[in-house]
Each structure stands twice: as C-alpha cells, then as structure tokens.
Design a protein around this ligand. Structure first.
Ligand code: HOZ
Length: 426
C-alpha cells in the first residue's frame, strides 16, 4: 500500500501540532505507523490522499451510523448554512432536536445542548454536585468520559492506549474527589460508598463500555447500581456519548431497561458535526442557569448547523423501517463470520459485541472489565490492525477502542472484511 502522501503530510503536521494531530487517538502511535490522511468518505468507505480505499469501522468514533455523507443530512446542512453558520442566539431547530431526543429517550425530561461529549460530562458533573451538594464522584476503571480533569483518572481510550492513566496537569485536589471502582463489580462500589458516606454526588458509567474496547455491563450490576444510588441519594449518570441512538433509539438504557437520573450524549446527535448534550429528570435539570444557579454556557451551543445535522440523522433513523434490526443483522453476520474463522484457525480469542459495537480481544479470557481487557496481547493487535489496513479495512488504531458499523455496510463490505480478517489471523 502506497502511503507516501499521508506520511509527507504527517511529517509537516508534526512541526505545527502536538504529535502532528488534534486528538491523540488519531496518531496511530500504538500501532507503529504513520496515520493516514483522509480525503473523502461516502457510505461505509473512506479514501485517503494516496487514493487507497478502506471499509471504515471507526465511523468518526461513532457518529456516522448512517454512513458518511448521507444525502439527506448533507442537503439539510447545506440548506441551513445558507442562513448563516452561527447566530449565538436561539433558533427553532434546537427545540426540534430536543423534542426528538426526548421522544427517543424517555428518561430525558429536559435537555441542554453543548458542543462535545467532554463538555456534556463535565457539565453533568457540575450539575450533580450542585444538586446533591456533595463533592465526590465515582467512575469505573477503563471508562472514558472525555478529557475533563476529574475524569482522567484510570481512564480508557487514548489515555489507556498511550499509558497515561493519571495525566499531569490534573491537580491533586481535583483527583482526590474522583473515586474509581471496578466495572461489573458492585462490591467495589459499595465499599467506596460506605467509606465516603453522604459525600458521593454521582456515579458515572458507560453502560456498554466502549473505551477499553467494547465491554458490556451486566444487567444485574447496573440494577444494583440503580438501587444503591436510590438508597444513598446519589445520581446515576449514564454516559451514552457512544451508545446513545446507536444500540437502540433509547440507547443502552433502553436495552437494559434501567433509567439513569442524567444522561450525556454526543456523536450521533451531531450527525458528524460537533455536538454534545446532557439531560434527565426535570427537577435536576432545572438547576441549570438561567432557570437555576448552576452555571454552564456556550456561544456555539445549539449551533444551527449542528442541530440540523443531528436532527436529520435522528429523523432518518426514525423513518427507516427496522433500522436497528437491520444493523443487528449486519453486525451479527460479521461477528459469526469472525467466530467461524477463529475456530477454523484454532484460535480462541474473545469477541465482545453489543449491537453495532464490537471488539476482538487477543485473549481467551472473558473480558468483563479493564483488567481483563488488558489481558489482550497488544502486540498481536498491532500485527492484526496493520494487516487489516493493508487489506482494505480501517479499524480503530488501538486495542482499547470499539469498532462501529453503519447501516451502509453492505453484504459485499462484510464479506470483504471477513476475507481480510482470515488473512490477518495468520
Ligand atoms: N471517545 C472517542 C474515543 N474513544 C474520542 C475520539 C478521540 O479522542 O479523538
């Protein structure tokens, strides 16, 4: 594969940007090669500046559930742009998107739009502290809730990939208010709650973890968290930045049948433009300024282009018959195909999949939490990743990320992926 132009661009980029990139997970550092520069993408395919074409399983880290450059979404963005790219004032699309989010996710009574998933989780944390008048939060090892100071403790995603569990620059006084528990282990949570009685404002969790690879929570564990939060007056906050509108219209909370007090969103609700949101019970959300005293603001929040892209994306999902059943069918086909090929090659690696999110771990252990995710042989992942890329399949460049399918992945794409998979196992 010729990647000369990409490598030339990367050499230049390193003069101007830290590590040559604007987000660490893009740097391909852990897979030992220069990142590719993408020129265009359509449906399930991406093309780089050297003209190589790939079947894409990153989907911009989640948002491109309809595939790239979906015609209705693009047309709506173009039409909206004719009326200006930003007002810094209210516009009707904000209400329409808020209504659609509420329709899809019944636990959301009031929602506030922001500009990224990071902003959503940071704001939800401040709100939880303001509402409960408590300081500490609990998060889970290997879960990633964006790069807010309080969340960069034993975090997943790029933090795990680059081995930077506790980032310099996070002060000790901030870090001491973040307690970390073990995913899928309720005792590790109850111990923290008991030793910090009446001090925990919120428990943050990705109900299906996507930042230590794909690691689903067990239903009994989530139910136990819900019960514990109710008993101790702690807010349960689901980070559905990745899972929202991806696993089901109502996200992970719909498939588990468990309602959190607050939910954070991003990715799909921006249809590929920068958006986040947080919402939940009205009693809590009314604490946000200007209806309440907890301050949170943003010039670009509710930006008309982003609202339009998100609204149109959710509408396409809503109007496509059996959208999630079709996505499940494609995802199950891929999972079963990979499992058959692993068996044929006498390999017993673990595949975790929930709906259109999945990860192959190079271990035969059940992957239930961050410790078991780390059992994966990352040197094998690196070899596998590079072979898949050489064979036309673009995976997240880290063991500790999830792969995403879109509704535009065709039977041909899935079969080509399986052919690349078979070659890459040897
Ligand atoms: N949540 C995404 C990765 N797990 C964000 C991608 C990024 O950090 O650039």
């Amino acid at each position: 594969m010729n990647t000369t132009k990409s490598s030339k661009l990367f050499a230049e980029a390193q003069i101007h940007m830290p590590g040559g990139v604007n987000s660490p997970v893009r740097a391909f550092k852990s897979v030992g090669r220069d990142p590719l520069y993408i020129k265009s993408a359509k449906g399930a395919k991406m093309t780089d500046v050297d003209g190589n074409e790939f079947i894409d399983y990153i989907g911009s880290w989640g948002p491109m559930i309809l595939g790239h450059a979906e015609p209705r979404v693009i047309k709506a963005i173009q039409a909206a742009a004719e009326h200006s790219t930003s007002f810094g004032a209210s516009s009707e699309k904000e209400i329409e998107l808020a209504k659609l989010i509420k329709k899809f996710v019944p636990s959301i009574e009031i929602v506030r739009m922001v500009n990224s998933g990071t902003e959503a989780t940071m704001s939800a944390m401040r709100l939880a502290r303001g509402f409960t008048k408590r300081d500490k939060i609990i998060k889970f090892e290997g879960c990633y809730h964006g790069h807010g100071d309080s969340f960069l403790i034993k975090a997943g995603s790029g933090v795990a990939t680059l081995g930077l569990p506790d980032s310099p620059g996070v002060t000790q006084s901030t870090a001491k208010d973040t307690l970390t528990a073990r995913y899928n282990d309720i005792e590790s949570v109850t111990e923290l709650v008991e030793s910090n009685k009446d001090n925990i404002a919120a428990i943050f969790i990705e109900a299906v973890g996507g930042n230590m690879g794909c690691v689903p929570a067990k239903k009994a564990f989530l139910q136990a968290l819900r019960d514990l939060c109710d008993a101790e007056k702690i807010l349960l906050i689901f980070d559905e930045v990745m899972t929202g509108f991806r696993l089901a219209k109502g996200g992970a909370q719909e498939i588990y049948g468990i309602a959190p007090d607050l939910t954070t969103f991003g990715k799909i609700i921006g249809g590929g433009l920068p958006v986040g949101a947080y919402g939940g019970r009205a009693e809590i959300m009314k604490m946000i300024a200007p209806s309440g005293p907890v301050y949170q603001a943003g010039t670009l929040s509710g930006n008309p282009l982003a609202m339009t892209a998100g609204f149109e994306t959710l509408r396409v999902i809503d109007e496509t018959p059996d959208f999630y059943a079709k996505l499940e069918e494609k995802s199950a086909y891929l999972e079963n195909g990979m499992k058959d090929l692993l068996k044929k090659a006498n390999l017993d690696y673990t595949i975790n999949r929930v709906g259109s999110m999945f990860t192959l771990f190079f271990t035969n252990a059940d992957v239930l939490d961050f410790d078991t995710a780390k059992l994966s042989d990352t040197s094998k992942f690196t070899k596998f990743f590079n072979s898949m890329l050489e064979n036309g399949v673009y995976l997240p460049p880290s063991q500790f990320e999830a792969c995403f399918l879109s509704i535009t992945h065709s039977q041909e794409d899935l079969d080509a992926t399986l052919a690349a998979f078979e070659k890459s196992l040897s």
